[in-house]
Design a binder for this molecule. Structure first.
Ligand code: GRF
Length: 205
């Protein structure tokens, strides 16, 4: 059984997409949902899906947050997914789960990413800059902010007069697809990582 943990801080639409997808994958289950935000709507989604939840309020745990998460997940899961998780994972958990922590970011990394680039800020910056194509990226978490090897990217055309909210809605659809695709590939052991390069075995010619 391929066990995953999902870390959340907000609405949880990516969590919902994962929970829906896992139902059709017999070899994969969600071990737990962990949040740093007691008000996260994602908690309600997890409770509805009868998934075990842990609330580690970042205002209480502060610098101990990552180590606390490691205590809960060490030797319990195969993959950790950051799905709108806004605290930075750091310290021993990054080594313990090397190449087994993934994040979804709402732009085509390395554009529009890094400190302060999350949620609507990303889409505002995209529209402000005037790029014609944006998208989303699933990448390995390596202790930096949005710096790990890229696993999957999907593109979205930025239409004229599109609002940041409309763009966010469009990109979110592709985030859900990208994240569930990436989890399936990990569960089927089809991902190989060589330095910054991610090889998806099923696509090898
Ligand atoms: C998404 O835009 C994701 O890319 C970013 O945070 C947002 C989370 O959305 N990391 P949700 O909580 O999964 O709905």
């Amino acid at each position: 059984m391929f066990r995953i943990a999902v870390l959340v801080s907000g609405n949880g639409t990516n969590l919902q997409a994962i929970a829906d997808a896992v139902k059709t994958q017999e070899n994969c289950e969600i071990y737990a949902v962990i949040t740093d935000n007691p008000q996260a709507y994602a908690l309600k989604r997890a409770e509805k899906e009868k998934i075990k939840t842990y609330i580690l309020d970042k205002k209480i745990y502060r610098g101990q947050l990552s180590d606390e998460i490691l205590k809960i997940l060490k030797n319990k899961v195969d993959l950790i997914i950051l799905a709108g998780y806004l605290s930075i994972l750091k310290g021993q958990i990054i080594d313990e789960f090397k190449n087994r922590i993934i994040n979804i970011h709402p732009s085509l990394i390395p554009s529009f990413c890094g400190k302060g680039m999350y949620g609507l800020n990303v889409h505002k910056a995209v529209i402000e800059y005037g790029v014609k194509v944006t998208g989303c990226t699933v990448h390995i978490v390596d202790g930096g902010t949005d710096t790990g090897p890229v696993i999957i990217q999907k593109t979205v055309n930025v239409e004229q007069n599109m609002t940041p909210e409309k763009l966010q809605e469009k990109v979110l659809e592709f985030e859900h697809q990208s994240l569930t695709e990436a989890i399936k590939l990990f569960a089927e052991n089809k991902i190989e990582i060589f330095g910054r390069k991610v090889i998806i075995k099923e696509k090898e010619q």
